[in-house]
Design a protein around this ligand. Structure first.
Ligand SMILES: [Zn+2]
Length: 69
């Protein structure tokens, strides 16, 4: 479940949090450490857990209207 959006730019990608203005770009990572997109995705996951208390699969609420019985 992704909780960020990915925007393709000319030579890099911007990963933006769905819940706040936090964002990172693949330019911030060194490809020598691995795939920049993978590193950015990991940072976004860590951000969501640290700042927002974990991933929030909002689509789950749409798919399962548990409050309607
Ligand atoms: Zn955020």
């Amino acid at each position: 479940m992704r909780h960020y959006t990915v925007k393709m730019m000319n030579s890099f990608s911007t990963f933006k949090c769905l819940l706040c203005k936090y964002s990172v770009t693949t330019r911030e990572f060194n490809s020598q450490n691995g795939n920049c997109r993978t590193q950015a995705a990991r940072v976004m996951n860590d951000h969501a857990i640290a700042v927002h208390g974990g991933p929030r699969p909002t689509s789950l609420y749409d798919a399962q209207p548990w409050h309607v019985r």
